[in-house]
Design a protein around this ligand. Structure first.
Ligand code: ATP
Ligand code: MG
Length: 424
């Protein structure tokens, strides 16, 4: 036997039981973003490497060590997208979607990061992304947070997620703060771990969310960004908080929350849970007013979030909020001489009459017992049985697989009878 080939580590197959759950959740997600009037974007999975370097920042985990970068056959450096914001901004600029216009956009699809695979952390994972362009007030920040909260409510997990909130102020405010933070870090340089030392001079804010306990203890006395903010930044943050409170959305202020990517300013937020161990951040986002200009556009305010679908699915299945569903409502069976053609015709008739029902036609023949076993196996609600007698009489037998009751009805009335059973 030839040696079998396996999937790449950290890249998962979704089997029918998984896709059943994913589809149910995706449906709730689509309904939610549509309920807020957002429009869908679909961007390529591959972009020029330079896009991510410019957008995400050279000194970030993602660009430094997580990107799938390769040279294509023309010698261009391309990367599998590690996140969607950069590509979304690129596309919006390329097609003049945001020139003097507001846009509220969403997308859903795979992202790629070369990380150590573990529960809730994969090399191919999926995100829902929401990006809003052209609005600079705290009201839109509050709206996208409310949208996520709406989603948790519809999925029944609102009480299992905690909203953490922070503000990063303006670039100028952050610059002054960074100088003060770097001075503080330099004074404690010998006690920092290697990562934090390196970041002290490349990306000092990232030291704040170091996972190292010793570093966290040192940071207890570090200068706090909030103290460096001017009145405008503070007002934006306070207004956001009062809007959230008005909508009944609870939050926890976390002055250490900085997020992994370079482009954020003012509002940043994360939805976290304790139910998933170390990979507890289900959704993260914030404001990134500088990015459009940084990518060659006119200065445009922007805010958005990324929601990790694998972590959401893990949370939902851990809490027992979703389960796989059968893919079949009606199982059409035939028994008799050359019955296959007539049976297939019947299945066609029923699909035309019941456009939303899921109707599977049995293939491969067999006796009555085998047919019903198949109907059970696919968890159909109803079996429709066609035999020589039924063909002759212009009838079909309809078996309610829940009550096991079977009736014979005129073929013309079969669809109505099935519809009544499916509606029960
Ligand atoms: P983490 O701190 O867990 O690495 P991150 O800050 O790198 O997350 P973002 O870039 O903000 O993550 O992406 C938004 C969301 O996408 C995360 O909150 C998470 O739910 C999900 N996500 C990020 N990386 C992965 C991954 N490797 N596997 C699965 N989901 C991921
Ligand atoms: Mg990460």
């Amino acid at each position: 036997m030839a040696q079998s080939i396996q999937a790449i580590r950290g890249m998962n197959d979704l089997l029918p039981a998984d896709t059943s759950v994913w589809q149910q959740v995706e449906q709730v997600i689509r309904a939610t973003v549509q309920a807020y009037g957002y429009s869908e974007m679909r961007m390529p999975i591959v972009e020029q490497t330079s896009l991510f370097c410019r957008a995400i920042g050279e000194v970030t985990d993602v660009v430094e060590k997580e990107m799938y970068t390769f040279e294509d056959r023309s010698g261009d450096s391309l990367s599998l997208r590690p996140e969607g914001t950069a590509g979304c901004v690129r596309a919006a600029l390329e097609h003049s979607l945001i020139y003097n216009q507001e846009q509220r956009l969403w997308y859903m699809g795979p992202m790629f990061r070369h990380e150590r695979p573990q529960k809730g952390r994969y090399r191919q994972f999926h995100q829902l992304g929401v990006e809003v362009f052209g609005l600079n007030g705290p009201d839109i920040d509050a709206e996208i947070i409310a949208l996520t909260y709406d989603l948790w409510q519809k999925l029944g997990i609102a009480s299992d997620l905690c909203l953490e909130l922070n503000t990063l102020g303006s670039n100028e405010e952050r610059k002054v703060y960074k100088e003060s933070l770097v001075k503080f870090l330099e004074a404690h340089f010998d006690d920092l771990d290697e990562d934090s030392r390196r970041r002290t001079h490349t990306n000092p804010l990232r030291v704040l969310d170091s996972k190292d306990e010793k570093v966290q203890a040192i940071l207890a006395d570090a200068p706090v960004l909030f103290d460096f903010l001017g009145a405008e930044s503070k007002a934006h943050f306070e207004q956001l908080q009062s809007m959230l409170t008005a909508m009944g959305i609870k939050f926890k202020l976390n002055p250490r929350l900085v997020r992994g990517l370079d482009y954020y300013n003012l509002t940043v937020f994360e939805w976290t849970t304790n139910a998933l161990g170390a990979q507890g951040t289900v959704c993260g986002g914030g404001r990134y007013d500088g990015l459009v200009e940084q990518l060659g556009g006119k200065a445009t305010p922007a805010v958005g979030f990324g929601l990790g679908l694998e972590r959401l699915m893990l949370l939902l299945t851990t809490l027992g909020k979703v389960a796989p569903k059968s893919a079949v409502d009606v199982y059409v069976c035939g028994m008799g001489t050359n019955i296959e053609g007539e049976q297939m015709k019947l299945a066609h008739e029923l699909r035309a009459a019941l456009p939303t029902a899921r109707i599977m036609n049995h293939c491969g023949g067999g006796n009555f017992k085998r047919l019903l076993k198949r109907a059970d196996k696919v968890e159909a609600r109803v079996a429709v049985i066609l035999g020589d007698n039924e063909v002759q009489n212009g009838t079909v037998a309809i078996k309610d697989l829940k009550s096991t009751e079977q009736v014979e009805v005129a073929r013309a009335e079969a669809a109505a009878k099935i519809a009544a059973l499916l509606a029960q």
